[in-house]
Write a protein that binds this ligand. Structure first.
Ligand SMILES: C[S@@+](CC[C@H](N)C(=O)[O-])C[C@H]1O[C@@H](n2cnc3c(N)ncnc32)[C@H](O)[C@@H]1O
Length: 349
């Protein structure tokens, strides 16, 4: 089984499937690079903001006699971690929470000064593999797409939003040039019957492209990506998690972020560029001298992002878009968060 079970859908690791169809294990992406960048050390405390199948957490706990506080917003990830919680009871805690709440969770667990934060952004293979989660356009399931159980589902959104809002979401988060035609087709379809299944939506989008593949991928790839990002506010979550990490990392603490698509990587890059004093231009909202006078709160470890080795890609070709950026916290005060200044994309409303 490949990393996501559906071409073009952004899932991180790959899930091996045995010949009898059982899921065996999830292979985390860029694992050795994550460990090298995080450098786990005995006695230290790390936060894994995207527990998933626990691949990073397990490796961190194995690399040093350290502690890990992990988060995931998906209850199924939490439930499948019970054996691991027992195995590492004295060194590991797992919390059901979106990572935008990182600082609050850290405070609740007396972890306001941590040695490392790792984020592996996106969706897991397990989430894609389960048709009932509604992320895949290759398997029929309810049009859900929520990582956590609450909030608006993709069906709720598509059946109630204005055509222009749908188009803007698909354009902004899918970078889809046919967003207006797709939104029109969705609105036309829902006036006959409300959309409720993933394959219905995939079919509506596919017809806009007359069934043609786009760059070798299913024509609904970008639309599904856009809806998933919107429904889970993935980019807003990321920006808030980065800012929370800035608050809770101690001087010398490490921030390691693995992203999968360019919208995510741009935010991480911009965040670290701004906070490491490398930004050349002034902010759109603050006078240039104010930005320049902010002391760098991070020092970037690698000027270029790390990418998977050939060996990793041979094992897991869909890791090809993964990018790792890492930085070390300085002792400068936090810069605070301005979503506009970070240029977090927002659909026009
Ligand atoms: C790519 S997987 C992580 C895989 C993990 N590194 C491993 O080795 O098993 C991403 C996980 O992050 C979770 N996630 C995504 N966005 C989140 C958010 N905003 N807050 C908390 N968890 C999130 C997903 O539910 C998913 O389980």
């Amino acid at each position: 089984m490949t990393r996501d079970g559906a071409p073009g859908v952004a899932a991180r690791g790959s899930t091996d499937i045995t010949s009898d169809g059982q899921r065996t294990r999830h292979i985390p992406v860029l694992l050795s690079e994550v460990l090298e960048s995080l450098a786990p050390t005995d006695g230290e405390l790390y936060i894994d903001g995207t527990f998933g199948a626990g691949g990073y957490t397990r490796a961190i706990l194995a690399a040093a006699n350290c502690r890990v506080l992990a988060l995931d917003r998906d209850i199924t990830a939490i439930e499948s971690a019970k054996p691991m919680c027992e195995e590492f009871a004295d060194r590991f805690q797992l919390v059901l929470s979106p990572f935008s709440q990182l600082a609050e969770v850290a405070q609740d667990h007396s972890a306001m000064s941590v040695d490392g934060v790792v984020l592996d952004i996106g969706i897991s293979s397990m989430q894609i593999d389960q048709p009932e989660r509604g992320f895949s356009f290759q398997h029929d399931g309810p049009l859900d797409m929520r990582m956590s159980a609450d909030g608006e589902s993709a069906a709720d959104f598509l059946n109630s939003a204005e055509e222009e809002t749908i188009a803007n979401v698909i354009y902004t988060y899918g970078e889809e040039h046919k967003s207006r035609s797709i939104a029109r087709a969705i609105v036309r379809a829902r006036t006959i019957t409300p959309l409720s299944r993933t394959l219905e939506l995939a079919d509506v989008v596919s017809r806009v492209f007359h069934g043609r593949k786009i760059d070798g991928r299913h024509p609904a790839t970008r639309t599904f990506q856009a809806l998933r990002i919107y429904i889970n506010d993935e980019l807003g979550e990321l920006a808030q998690a980065l800012s929370a990490a800035e608050k809770i990392l101690k001087p010398g603490g490490r921030l390691v972020v693995v992203s999968f698509h360019s919208l995510e990587d741009r935010i991480v890059k911009r965040f670290l560029t701004q906070r490491s004093g490398k930004e050349q231009r002034g902010s759109r909202h603050l006078p240039e001298q104010l930005i320049k006078s902010d002391a760098p709160s991070f020092r970037i470890i690698n000027s270029r992002p790390l990418t998977p080795s050939k060996g990793e890609l041979d094992l897991n070709p869909r890791a090809r878009s993964a990018r790792l950026r890492a930085a070390i916290r300085t002792d400068a005060p936090v810069h605070g968060l301005d979503l506009d200044d970070l240029e977090v994309p927002r659909p026009k409303s």
